[in-house]
Design a protein around this ligand. Structure first.
Ligand code: GDP
Ligand code: MG
Ligand code: K
Length: 267
């Protein structure tokens, strides 16, 4: 099992990595950039944990983001451990959706549940799990609380090779553009064509470069121009972001239980 650890910056990634692994090695730099590649041996001996830089999105606008999208496009691994800050759900889940659309098994470590609780936020993890279609384990990476359950969930998820990608409806104009791009892509990609099509329509340069063998730049430009005309004032990237944001807000409405800050539950 080769598990990729992916999440936003400052969500407790290093703390979780250290909790889940006995030892680690630096195995050189990520291709093309001076970011060191760190791989740990999971303490239950059932595989390796690959550390990736913290990112908010898969757009290759920074060096760290380039590493993550390059990894998803080119590297071989079995499953994803997505660390999510429970106190910053709305922002964190943007990245989560693009990982769920990727189609590999995703296990979510819902971290900072102590911080969220102190702010009066409780998350119904079972409901969140069923809405996202991924296992969600509440954890406190700093103390290791919940991390044993998370490790067991990881093992179980890598066994279930039949993970199905999350499908969000992006509206008629976007869906038409996705279909046009899908029709140009080959069937044997290592991830769903739909995931790549969305990256391309978001203007993700790494994904556009990856697709260049099948998608002529002129053809892509005409698909995007037509889409832009349909979306009026909103860019395709912004449209995708906003659809995801609305979807995330609906999820949060269902899973987030607010109470007075600091109040103990059941007391
Ligand atoms: P990274 O930037 O994602 O690698 O995050 P770090 O592991 O460096 O954690 C950032 C800060 O959050 C550190 O001060 C950690 O000790 C703290 N931290 C990590 N996990 C938790 C948690 O579950 N609860 C609390 N209260 N703090 C945490
Ligand atoms: Mg770190
Ligand atoms: K740290």
């Amino acid at each position: 099992m080769q598990t990729a650890l992916i999440g936003n910056p400052n969500t407790g990634k290093t703390s979780l990595f250290n909790t889940l692994t006995n030892s680690y090695e630096y195995v050189g730099n990520w291709s093309g950039v001076t970011v060191e590649k760190k791989i740990g041996v999971l303490s239950n001996q059932h595989g390796h944990l690959i550390d990736l830089p913290g990112v908010y999105s898969l757009q290759p606008l920074s060096r760290d983001e380039s590493v993550v999208i390059h990894f998803l496009l080119h590297d071989d691994f079995s499953n994803i451990l997505n660390i999510v800050d429970a106190s910053q759900l709305e922002r964190n889940l943007q990245l989560t959706l693009s990982l769920l659309e990727y189609g590999k098994p995703v296990t979510i470590g819902l971290n900072m549940v102590d911080v969220a609780k102190n702010r009066g936020i409780q998350v119904d993890t079972n409901k969140l799990s069923s809405l996202l279609g991924a296992i969600v384990e509440p954890i406190i990476a700093r103390t290791g609380q919940g991390c044993k359950d998370l490790q067991e969930a990881l093992l179980a998820s890598s066994d279930s090779s039949n993970a199905s990608p999350l499908i969000i409806d992006y509206g008629a104009a976007m869906e038409a553009a996705i279909n046009k791009i899908n029709s140009l892509l080959p069937e044997d990609l290592p991830f769903p064509k739909r995931w790549l099509a969305l990256q391309v329509l978001e203007g993700n340069q790494s994904s556009i470069d990856y697709s260049a063998d099948w998608i002529d730049q002129e053809v892509l430009r005409s698909i995007v121009d037509e889409l832009r005309a349909e979306l009026k004032a909103v860019s395709p990237a912004k449209w995708i972001f906003q659809v995801r944001k609305a979807w995330i807000r609906n999820v949060i409405k269902e899973v987030q239980i607010h109470e007075a800050p600091g109040k103990e539950s059941g007391s």
